[in-house]
Every structure is written in structure tokens, then in C-alpha cells.
Design a binder for this molecule. Structure first.
Ligand SMILES: Cc1cc2nc3c(=O)[nH]c(=O)nc-3n(C[C@H](O)[C@H](O)[C@H](O)COP(=O)(O)OP(=O)(O)OC[C@H]3O[C@@H](n4cnc5c(N)ncnc54)[C@H](O)[C@@H]3O)c2cc1C
Length: 592
């Protein structure tokens, strides 16, 4: 009888029973830990979840409620990840109670069909769903309505309204599926305070999704360890066998945590890891340093790298390179490192000392001229990035018909690519983009152009009484060449000429309205922001991680933005895949 090494080591199943009965002898060499494994474990649980965000909490709760003991480790001093920074717009469909209540007919089959329709393209020609992994999408489609009800059962209050199309992307063309987690009384990460009582039941917020899940995890006795950063995975043998635990850094101290059933990687993606993200787009160099959701948490690829070190494969890499919706965005706030459009850090926030400034929210891009590192304009300031697909975006829509693509009207709304084109000196990356404005613009926008709104100390905002002095002052880490003062003066003079003539002859800004003429003058950081991770570890329908040979890595799961094969923004895939991974991991046999 051949001995299954995995089962012998962990005493599971029939081979273990046979061993106990003396039917077969365990090889002597397997008693001692291999040299790469710890000699002692500091902690042990059945299931170890890494990351306490939108996928990690559902994974932990699902595993715990299925009878497994669970340790959840979180790198940051606080929980929630991007999930809690998010807008709380959750596109779970497939026939949810809300869809039924409001007369929307949906089914798992329709979700699957929508999210695998090759023929749907964006106005830029990029296909949303063509490269989605069918097994991953099938699992998502089948669990979508279940997870929606499961979230409600675990305390999430969704705004009681008809599902709509707001706040998500790549969620299918056939029916509306967006639900909105009400913020309720939970404090918000952005401000540190509660929302105004008048909007607590109607305002969508990631806090309304994550905080009830955190409470449910506590109630279920999930052991949450903050400031515990996973640094590596332990596998029985360097390139084979089960995953049996993780190495963790806890404030400089190494902690080894044994996972008797499985480790679930819910680490949130790779967008803040410059070298990792450049595998998919070489342009996104260091200056793209204000990732959405930072500085609350990072997407440093630690989950992906740890899994790849034990043989895991990445999957669906096109989905990261394709330019979908908010994957790469124009900032909404200028003059701060962290200017993501829907996230404004306020002085009461726990992470405001790291964010340093709130930024100035731009209401009307007519009020600024955007220039590159050399002080040159590059595009229409009022333009935006591409969109992504939602219910009704393709109209008329026929499933799988090439006419869907044929009927799409190309939209060259391409600010991001223009901003990332660089200055033509052969260096990757577009360099900093600066919003140039004057005192009159600040008055029109009702901006108060000083700290804590602008980050002068961090080098993300500058002020001077002349344009030439402003250009000279722009010295910071990512400004690798000085801005020639004369270039900025000439750019602004030409721009002001377009205001006089009513026509932007260079980039077609619709009727430039305001001259930049009244001191003081400002330069505010306005560099594109990276948002989503859509590439990640190869998983199967159960969330098990697959290696480079197409084989399951026993005892290793992944979910959310760290998992690949699924082009969709955010919370639905994270919560759903977290639930699936937690349930599956709990179903594993116990190791020794
Ligand atoms: C501003 C903003 C708005 C958004 N709005 C929406 C929206 O309205 N709708 C939508 O669908 N999506 C939205 N999203 C996206 C959505 O929040 C994410 O897709 C989702 O949170 C991903 O879940 P996750 O579990 O993969 O990662 P996260 O929620 O980010 O959780 C990952 C966690 O893992 C931790 N971690 C990472 N590495 C380690 C490690 N080595 N050891 C221990 N812990 C680690 C992180 O600190 C983090 O807490 C938004 C995102 C942002 C930033």
C-alpha cells in the first residue's frame, strides 16, 4: 500500500486510522520537523486567516461558525483594510431578497452569464469579462445571493432601496445589483466620528459593512491579532506537501502560528508594491504613491509573494493591465499624497498623522491647469479616466453578440494615459502632475489653501507670489528634473490666451473659463491614483490556491483582491470569496 505522505504527517483519514491500527509504519524521518520549519509553534488554530478586510472577516466568521478555531492576523494596528475605507457599495445579485422585494429578476445563472460575456467592451475597447476564470465566476454566481443574506444575518444593514448601479463596476449588464451598506452608528475611518444622524440609515459606507462583521467575528470568538504581519508560509517541504502555518512579524518579534487545517490569504492585493505592479504595467513607477485606501492599509503583495514562494501561480494577469474604470483614476483631492476621489482624510482620523493633509476637493476642473514635471500641459483638464461596465451600459445588449462591441461608441476620455505618457526622455512613468491655480480659483472653489488642506511640509503642495518662483519651489522626491520657470510662465500665458479666445487650441478643453493671474499661485499634487488589484493568486471554485503545475496547494486558500481570475471592482467578490474560502477551509481534515 502506498503511503500518502500528507495524511501520514497529519494523521487524517483512513491512512491515519490504518497507521493507528499498526497496518502500516510511518517513515522515521517524518517525525522531526524539516529544517525550514519552526521547532516550536507560538500559537495554533485550525484555520489561520491573514488580513482583516472585506474578505478576511467573512472567511474568519464562516470558518469559526463551521466549528473551526480561527486566528485572524492583521498587519496594521487597526482592522478593516480597504473594506472599511470603501464606499460600501456591494454588487451581490443572483436573486437576493432585495432584488425580489423590488421586482428585479436575477439568478446565479444570469450573474454567471453576465460576468463571462466576451462580447461586452468598454468605450475604450477593453473587455470586462472576457478573461474571467469560469470556475471562479461560477462559484461567485452561485454564492452571491447566499452571501447577501449571510451579511444581513451577521449585522450588516443595507439601505432599504431598490438595487441600483451606483458605486461599482464590472457587475454585469442585465440587471441592477448594487446594494449599499448603511453606515449606521459606526465611526468612520475618514473622520474618526459618526455620520450625521440624518444620514446614518441612508449613507453607504464601508464602515457599515466591516464593523458589523468585526462584531460578529468577536461574538464568534475569532481571535484577532493586530500588528501581526504575515511574512511567510510554512509548507511541509519547500515545494510540496501541505501549508502548515505562517511566520509573523509582531513589532520586530517573530511569531510562528500553526494552522491545523488551512491558511487563508486575504491580504488585499498588490497595488502598493511598485515592482510587483509593474509586472503588469511598466509605467506605474514610484510616483504613484497615494494608493486608494492608504495610509489606512497597504496592498503590498505580501500574500501573493508568500504564496509564490511556495509554488503558487498568478492568474488572469490581463485583468490588471486592462484599463477598467477606477483601476487608475484621476484624483478627486489635490495637494495631498492621498487624493483618491471618494476618500478624504480628515484631522479626526486615526491615520491623519500619516495622511498629513486632507487635500482640496476639485468641484470644477476649469479652475486649474494641469502640468507635467516640466510645466507643460498635456490634456483637457476636465476629462476623466475610462468607465467600467454596469447594468444597462451596453444598450442594446444581446448576450454573446459581437454587435455589443460594434454598437459601443468609442470614448477617448483618456486623461490618465496622457498624464502617464512622461516627458519623452525614455524614463518609465509619467512623473508628477501638478494642478496650477491662483487666488481667484481658490475663492471660486471656496478652498482654504493651507494646512491641514494642503501638504506643504510633505512636498505635495507649493505656494509662491510669482509663477517663476512657484516653479523653482517645486522640489520633492518624485520631481526628478527641475520645472523650468520660463516653461511654466509660457504655459500659463498660452492658457490664459485660450481663455481670451474661448478655445483651447492644444487639447480641446471645452471653452477655458478662467485665467490664472492673481497671486498667490499654487502647485498641488494631482498625480493619478491607483485603486484596484485585479490580478492575484490562481484559485479554484473553493478558493484553494493552485500551483504552477495546475495542482492544488493543500491547506492554502485565497480570496478578495489577492485572488486572481476575476475582473470586478471590490466588495462583492471579496465578501463572497471570503465566505467560500472560510467554509471550504473549515471542511479540511485536522492536521496533527
Ligand atoms: C476608497 C475606496 C473605496 C472603495 N469603494 C468600494 C465600493 O463602494 N464598492 C466596492 O465594491 N468596492 C470598493 N472598494 C474596493 C474594496 O474596498 C476592496 O476591493 C475590498 O476591500 C478588498 O477586500 P480584501 O479583503 O481583498 O482587502 P482589504 O479589505 O484591503 O483587506 C486586506 C487586509 O489585509 C491586511 N494585510 C495585508 N497584508 C498583510 C500581511 N502580510 N499580514 C497581515 N495582514 C495583512 C491589510 O492591512 C488589510 O487590513 C473601495 C476601495 C477603496 C480603497
Amino acid at each position: 500500500m502506498a503511503i500518502d505522505r500528507r495524511r501520514v504527517l497529519f494523521g487524517g483519514g483512513s491512512v491515519a486510522a490504518a497507521l493507528a491500527a499498526g497496518a502500516v509504519a510511518a517513515p522515521q524521518t517524518e517525525a522531526a520537523p524539516a529544517p525550514h520549519l519552526p521547532t516550536k509553534w507560538d500559537r495554533t488554530a485550525d484555520v489561520v486567516v491573514v488580513g482583516s478586510g472585506a474578505s478576511g472577516f467573512p472567511a474568519s466568521i464562516a470558518a469559526r461558525e463551521s466549528g473551526s478555531s480561527v486566528i485572524l492576523v492583521e498587519a496594521q494596528p487597526h482592522t478593516g483594510g480597504h473594506g472599511t475605507c470603501s464606499g460600501g457599495n456591494v454588487p451581490l445579485g443572483g436573486g437576493t431578497s432585495f432584488q425580489k422585494k423590488y421586482g428585479i429578476v436575477d439568478s446565479p445563472d444570469l450573474v454567471f452569464r453576465d460576468l463571462t460575456d466576451w462580447s461586452v467592451v468598454e468605450p475604450n475597447g477593453f473587455p470586462d469579462y472576457r478573461y474571467n476564470d469560469r470556475e471562479v465566476i461560477r462559484a461567485f454566481a452561485d454564492h452571491s445571493p447566499i452571501v447577501f443574506e449571510w451579511l444581513i444575518a451577521h449585522g450588516v444593514v443595507f439601505v432599504d432601496q431598490k438595487p441600483d448601479t451606483l458605486g461599482g463596476g464590472s457587475v454585469g449588464n442585465s440587471v441592477p445589483r448594487e446594494n449599499h451598506a448603511a453606515v449606521m452608528d459606526w465611526p468612520m475611518v475618514q473622520t474618526g466620528g459618526q455620520a450625521d444622524p440624518s444620514v446614518r440609515k441612508t449613507m453607504s459606507s464601508g464602515n457599515g459593512l466591516i464593523r458589523p462583521l468585526e462584531a460578529a467575528a468577536a461574538k464568534a470568538s475569532v481571535q484577532v491579532l493586530v500588528e501581526h504581519k504575515m511574512t511567510g508560509l510554512y509548507r511541509e517541504h519547500p515545494d510540496s506537501g501541505r501549508i502548515i502555518g505562517i511566520a509573523v512579524d509582531n513589532d520586530g518579534k517573530k511569531v510562528n502560528i500553526r494552522a491545523k487545517k488551512a491558511v487563508i490569504l486575504a491580504t488585499g492585493g498588490s497595488s502598493t508594491n511598485v515592482n510587483f505592479r509593474r509586472m503588469f504595467d511598466p509605467r506605474v513607477t514610484e510616483e504613484y504613491c497615494g494608493i486608494a485606501g492608504q495610509p489606512w492599509s497597504n496592498q503590498d503583495a505580501s500574500g501573493e509573494l508568500a504564496a509564490m514562494a511556495v509554488g503558487a501561480s498568478l492568474w488572469g494577469a490581463y485583468n490588471q493591465t486592462g484599463e477598467f474604470g477606477s483601476g487608475l483614476t484621476k484624483p478627486g483631492q489635490i495637494g495631498t499624497q492621498y487624493g483618491y476621489v471618494n476618500l478624504k482624510w480628515m484631522p479626526g482620523s486615526k491615520v491623519f498623522d500619516k495622511a498629513r493633509a486632507s487635500g482640496l476637493t476639485v468641484r470644477d476642473w476649469q479652475n486649474v491647469a494641469l502640468v507635467n514635471m516640466l510645466g507643460q500641459r498635456f490634456y483637457d483638464e476636465t476629462a476623466r479616466q475610462f468607465t467600467s461596465n454596469n447594468y444597462g451600459n451596453v444598450d442594446p445588449y444581446t448576450y454573446g453578440s459581437y454587435l455589443n462591441a460594434k454598437n459601443i461608441k468609442y470614448d477617448p476620455n483618456n486623461w490618465i494615459n496622457a498624464a502617464m505618457q512622461g516627458i519623452g526622455d525614455g524614463v518609465n512613468g509619467g512623473g508628477p502632475i501638478w494642478a496650477i491655480f491662483d487666488a481667484d480659483a481658490a475663492a471660486r472653489e471656496k478652498w482654504d489653501p493651507k494646512p491641514p488642506n494642503l501638504d506643504f511640509a510633505g512636498g505635495f503642495a507649493f505656494q509662491a507670489d510669482t509663477l517663476a518662483d512657484l516653479a523653482k519651489k517645486i522640489v520633492m522626491k518624485y520631481q526628478r528634473l527641475p520645472m523650468p520657470p520660463q516653461a511654466l510662465e509660457e504655459t500659463v500665458a498660452r492658457y490664459n490666451g485660450f481663455v481670451d479666445s474661448g478655445k483651447d487650441e492644444d487639447f480641446g478643453k471645452p471653452k477655458p473659463l478662467y485665467k490664472i493671474a492673481k497671486a498667490p499661485f499654487f502647485a498641488a499634487w494631482s498625480t493619478p491614483v491607483i485603486h484596484d488589484t485585479r490580478v492575484g493568486l490562481r484559485i479554484n471554485g473553493k478558493g484553494q490556491v493552485i500551483d504552477m503545475n495546475g495542482t492544488v496547494i493543500a491547506g492554502l486558500y485565497s480570496c478578495g483582491e489577492t485572488a486572481g481570475g476575476f475582473s470586478q471592482h471590490g466588495l462583492a467578490r471579496a465578501t463572497c470569496q471570503g465566505y467560500i474560502a472560510g467554509m471550504s477551509a473549515a471542511g479540511e481534515k485536522l492536521g496533527a
